[in-house]
Design a protein around this ligand. Structure first.
Ligand code: PMP
Length: 429
């Protein structure tokens, strides 16, 4: 019989992984606070929040309690024709805290599905107006998920587009958004976007973007004025704006929603990841009443989406508990302190010969290297340093749970510093 490890390597797919040449995987037996416990007995300080999600840390008593209490009542019932308090309560809270005007909520399964739903909303909105539109405009280096609609609006030069060419819808992209978050705004920076809008607005159902922080497409932070001007152009041309805050939502960027940096409200907002405090998969798509009404009065008479596990009560209950923790406002102090410490402790790396750039925003710290990492090598090094950090491409980055202690965070930044200093050992030639 195969051992668990052998079985995993031979039979189990991992994210973006090969069955024939699997990268090492570390078996986890538990997780507590900001630590991941390996089966081998090691404890790793978590620098990833399980991909932006576990903002309150692991095994949190209040979140555990919310799941356990809900489990006693019901774990799931279908949402068609039935409703329940956890879903209503969650939607009520989301409407209360979301950027203004976003009144109608659709609960979906995951981030990628939220993007699909947002795109379907936009398409059905234009059908409802009797002027069907079929194209989406997005930003180069964006990332919106792995399903087909989401891939079609993610960066076109990434391999996913070339892999599925001929099957993916033909999206429009604007490049050249090169003013960083704290850079000096130049009016001409909006010109490529404005020109594309001027040329294509009649065929555009919506603009799709990640506000301020582009995550998996490059971990870049762009200037709020860029987003503000895109909002204005969408208004001028009557094109919907879809903001994907799946990664940025719930405080990660230093604001509850990254849209707040530009003081804008999108027409459609996608939330996920930290929505449940990282406990389970759930996403929410929020829109304006006018958009929801146009969809509902259109050809189909409804929004054509309805997943089996829509509004899952366990997920909604834990999401409400996570929002409870966020409404104390403590996250603001935590994220501000993480930001200050990341700036202090990562900044010296900027002068290292292997480093392209160091940047920090909110509880996100990024060290962009000149050459890509060798994931297997650097991963082993980090585990040996008792930290969990998972770089990709040329990016070594930290986005710890908000509850991380200064001492734990220093362990993370020190491990990054060591890896960067000895980068010749951990990079591809
Ligand atoms: N949008 C953004 C901005 C994301 O970062 C991600 C996930 N990395 C997604 C969408 C997709 O979410 P999920 O993995 O839950 O499908």
């Amino acid at each position: 019989m195969l051992t668990n490890e052998e079985f995993d390597r031979r039979h189990v797919w991992h994210p973006y992984a090969s069955i024939t040449r699997p990268l090492p995987c570390y078996a986890v037996s538990g997780a507590q606070g900001c630590e991941i416990h390996l089966q081998s007995g090691e404890r790793l300080i978590d620098g990833m929040s399980s991909w932006w999600a576990a903002v309150h840390g692991y095994n949190h008593p209040a979140l555990n309690r919310a799941v356990a209490e809900q489990l006693e009542k019901m774990s799931h019932v279908m949402f068609g024709g039935l409703t329940h308090e956890p879903a209503i309560e969650l939607c009520r809270r989301l409407v209360g805290i979301a950027p203004k005007g976003l009144e109608c909520v659709f609960l979906a399964d995951s981030g990628s599905v939220a993007v699909e739903v947002a795109m379907k909303m936009a398409l059905q909105y234009w059908q409802g107006r009797g002027e069907p539109r079929r194209r989406f405009l997005s930003l180069a280096k964006g990332y919106h998920g792995d399903t087909f609609g989401a891939m079609s609006v993610s960066d076109p030069t990434s391999s996913m587009h070339s892999l599925y060419r001929g099957f993916l819808p033909d999206g429009l992209f604007v490049d050249g958004m090169d003013i960083p978050f704290d850079g000096e705004w130049r009016e001409e920076a909006i010109a490529p976007f404005a020109e594309t809008m001027a040329r294509h607005h009649r065929e555009l159902a919506a603009v799709v973007l990640e506000p301020i922080v582009q995550g998996a497409g490059g971990m870049r932070f762009y200037h709020p004025e860029y987003l503000r001007q895109i909002r204005r152009l969408c208004d001028d041309y009557g094109v919907l704006l879809i903001a994907d805050e799946i990664a940025t939502g719930f405080g990660r960027s230093g604001r509850l929603f990254a849209c707040e940096y530009a003081e804008i409200s999108p027409d459609i907002l996608c939330l996920g990841k930290a929505l449940t405090g990282g406990y389970m998969t759930l996403s929410a798509v929020m829109t304006r009443r006018s958009v929801a009404e146009t969809i509902s009065d259109g050809q189909a008479g409804c929004l054509m989406h309805g997943p089996t596990f829509m509004g899952n009560p366990l997920a909604c209950a834990v999401a409400c508990a996570s929002l409870n923790l966020l409404t104390t406002g403590e996250w603001r102090i935590q994220v501000a302190e993480i930001e200050a410490q990341l700036k202090r402790e990562l900044a010296p790396l900027a002068s290292c010969e292997f480093v392209e750039q160091v940047r920090v925003l909110g509880a996100i710290g990024v060290v962009e290297m000149k050459r890509p990492v060798s994931l297997a090598k650097i991963q082993r090094f980090f585990v040996e340093q008792s930290v969990w950090i998972r770089p990709f491409g040329r990016l070594i980055y930290l986005m710890p749970p908000y509850v991380i202690s200064p001492k734990q965070l220093t362990c993370l930044t020190q491990a990054v510093s060591k890896a960067v200093t000895d980068y010749h050992l951990y990079c591809h030639a």
